[in-house]
Design a binder for this molecule. Structure first.
Ligand SMILES: Nc1ncnc2c1ncn2[C@@H]1O[C@H](COP(=O)(O)OP(=O)(O)O)[C@@H](O)[C@H]1O
Ligand SMILES: [Mg+2]
Length: 245
C-alpha cells in the first residue's frame, strides 16, 4: 500500500442554517496511503463535499486533514470539464501553471507534455467547443496533472462519457498511474459506479446515504490487469453491491 500520504480525521459537515441544518458528512476518518482509492456512495450522500474538503476548497465544521508529505499539492478533476471557451486547449492546460507564476513558455511546454500524455498531441490549438466530451475530459485531466500534483482527486470523472469512451479513458488513467509517469502518489476517485470502483481501485471506501459515514472499506487485491469476467472480480462486485444497498 506504500507510505501514508494523508489522514482524514473526524470530518463532519452540515449545510443550511438554524433549525434547518442538514448534516452531510458525519465523522469521517480515513488514512490514505500511496494507493488508488475510490469513494463510493449514492447520489447526494456527500461525496463531492468530502472531496472538496480534502482539496481544501471547503471547510469542515469539525475535524482535520493532515498531510504526511511535504508540499502537498492537489490536482482536481471535476465532474464536468470546466474549460474556458475563449482559450485554446494548450492555454487551458497552461492556465493553472501561469497562475502559479510559471513563465508563459515554460507553462506551455509543460502543458504540451501533459497533453501528449493524455493522447491529445496535435490538438493544442483547438478550442474546447471543437472537442468531443471524451477529449474535453482528457484536457481536464491534463490540466490537473500539469501542475504536477502528488495527489489527484477525481470527481466522477467518467460518469458523463459514453461507455466506450469511458472505458478507454479508465484504462489509460490506470496505466498512467501504474506506470508512474506522473508525479501522483495517491488517487482519490469519487464514483457511484461499483464496477468502475472494483476494476480500478486498491481500496473502496463505501459511504452510507446522507449523512455520509464510512460503511465499509473493501480491499481489492485482484492483480492487474483485472479481468471483469473472472469469478473473483464478480464476487467482489457482488459483495460491494451488497454493502451499498
Ligand atoms: N453549497 C451547498 N449548500 C447547501 N447544500 C449543499 C451544498 N453542497 C452540497 N449540498 C447538499 O449536500 C448534500 C451532498 O452533496 P454532494 O456532496 O454534492 O453529494 P454527492 O457528490 O455525493 O452527490 C446534497 O444533499 C446537497 O444538496
Ligand atoms: Mg457529486
Amino acid at each position: 500500500m506504500g507510505s501514508p500520504v494523508l489522514t482524514i480525521k473526524n470530518i463532519s459537515k452540515s449545510y443550511g442554517g438554524k433549525g434547518r441544518a442538514a448534516k452531510v458528512l458525519d465523522d469521517i476518518s480515513l488514512d490514505i496511503y500511496e494507493e488508488f482509492i475510490s469513494i463510493l456512495g449514492p447520489s447526494g450522500c456527500g461525496k463531492t463535499t468530502l472531496l472538496r474538503i480534502i482539496a481544501g476548497v471547503e471547510k469542515p465544521d469539525s475535524g482535520t486533514i493532515e498531510s504526511h508529505i511535504g508540499n502537498l499539492k492537489i490536482g482536481f478533476v471535476f465532474q464536468f470539464p470546466t474549460l474556458l471557451p475563449w482559450l485554446t486547449v494548450l492555454d487551458n492546460v497552461a492556465l493553472p501553471l501561469r497562475a502559479e507564476g510559471v513563465p508563459r513558455e515554460k507553462a506551455r511546454e509543460k502543458a504540451r507534455r501533459y497533453l501528449g500524455l493524455v493522447g491529445l498531441s496535435g490538438f493544442e490549438d483547438f478550442y474546447p467547443h471543437e472537442l468531443s466530451g471524451g477529449m474535453k475530459q482528457r484536457v481536464n485531466l491534463a490540466r490537473a496533472l500539469a501542475i504536477e500534483p502528488n495527489m489527484l482527486l477525481m470527481d466522477e470523472p467518467f460518469s458523463n462519457l459514453d461507455p466506450l469512451t469511458a472505458e478507454n479513458l479508465r484504462s489509460e488513467v490506470l496505466d498512467m498511474w501504474l506506470s508512474g509517469v506522473t508525479t501522483v502518489r495517491a488517487v482519490i476517485m469519487v464514483t457511484h459506479n461499483v464496477d468502475e470502483a472494483v476494476s480500478m481501485s486498491d481500496r473502496i471506501v463505501i459511504l452510507t446515504p446522507r449523512p455520509a459515514r464510512i460503511a465499509r472499506i473493501v480491499t481489492i487485491d485482484i492483480p492487474r490487469p483485472r479481468n471483469r469476467r473472472s469469478e473473483e472480480f464478480n464476487k467482489l462486485v457482488d459483495m460491494v453491491y451488497e454493502y451499498v444497498s
